[in-house]
Design a protein around this ligand. Structure first.
Ligand code: CA2
Length: 158
């Protein structure tokens, strides 16, 4: 499975500013954990962060040729970006939206993601572990979890 993980604006500041909201884990530590989990499930991973909406749109478009699933933490663009919404709708594989914090428990400005109706699943409030949970869900969705994992993890209850 080819997996693309995209991170939106200001997530490069994770672990450095506002730890009371977003915790103390840096984006580089999250990347390391995702790379380790990708090796564990045999996935090819690209992991990127951009502060620019157009760059994120370009990456999502490129994923049409290079990825089987997308995981995106759109950060502030969750609440504003029709361009990212349109790009995600044009991707054929499963897309998972991840938020480190529980956006439903946040202030009005950070509560309603415009992108959620363009994705297969939303994970929020699990902290950095949300990325690993999303990777597992993405691999399960495209039937790419290793056979060695227990059936409830690979295929879930039927
Ligand atoms: O919880 C998340 O992952 C968010 O996507 C993070 C976004 C926020 O706008 C969403 O409501 C929820 C903000 C990312 C900004 O990250 C910072 C990290 C440290 C210091 C300042 C900003």
């Amino acid at each position: 499975m080819r997996l693309m993980i995209l991170n939106g604006p200001n997530l490069n500041l994770l672990g450095v500013r506002e730890p009371h909201i977003y915790g103390t884990t840096t984006l580089s530590a999250i990347r390391d954990a995702c790379e380790e989990f990708a090796r564990f499930i045999g996935a090819d991973l690209t992991f990127e962060q951009s502060n620019h909406e157009g760059v994120l749109v370009d990456r999502i478009q490129a994923a049409r040729e290079t990825a089987d699933a997308i995981i995106i933490n759109p950060a502030g663009y969750s609440f504003t970006s029709i361009a990212i919404y349109d790009a995600l709708k044009a991707f054929d594989g499963p897309v998972y939206e991840v938020h480190i914090s529980n956006i439903h428990a946040r202030d009005e400005l950070h509560r309603h993601s415009k992108l959620s109706s363009a994705v297969k699943g939303v994970i929020c409030g699990l902290g950095p572990y949300g990325y690993i949970a999303a990777m597992q869900a993405a691999a399960q969705a495209v039937n790419a979890l290793p056979d060695t994992l227990p059936a409830p993890i690979r295929i879930g209850p039927r």
